[in-house]
Design a protein around this ligand. Structure first.
Ligand code: 5GP
Length: 114
């Protein structure tokens, strides 16, 4: 099976501005930022989307959520707040079939989202 765009970033086949990495996850700046700070945090395991995750993924998904908070803090977003977004499927606007958490901050967000 061919690699997804994000697997190529993990493999350093496509350049990215990496802001955090460990053995389970990697975070890098979004190429088309929707906020002053916009980072994508992804598992290294190629889980397509949250609806395709299985019980055996609970460790990596728990780790990813904890790291989302830590990465947001590292990026200076803790005090004013930030938004985490997982787009799952066509209606949500999912474009890359590799689970990713958008970490957005640095501006006031509105609700409901577009
Ligand atoms: P989705 O729409 O699937 O939730 O989010 C995919 C995200 O990947 C988009 O925000 C898009 O800007 C970002 N993206 C697409 N191609 C690249 C790329 O080559 N490098 C980086 N860093 N981000 C990308």
């Amino acid at each position: 099976m061919s690699k997804t765009l994000f697997e190529k970033i993990i493999a350093r086949e496509i350049p990215a501005q990496i802001v955090y990495e460990d053995d389970l996850v990697i975070a890098f700046r979004d190429i088309n930022p929707q906020a002053p700070t916009h980072v994508l945090l992804i598992p290294k395991k190629p889980i397509s989307r949250i609806a395709e995750a299985t019980p055996e993924d609970h460790k990596v998904l728990g780790h990813l959520m904890l790291k989302a908070g830590e990465v947001a803090e590292k990026l200076g977003l803790k005090q004013n707040g930030f938004r985490l977004v997982f787009n799952n499927g066509a209606d949500a606007g999912e474009a890359v079939p590799h689970l990713h958490c958008h970490i957005l901050g640095g501006r006031k967000m509105t609700w409901p989202p577009g």
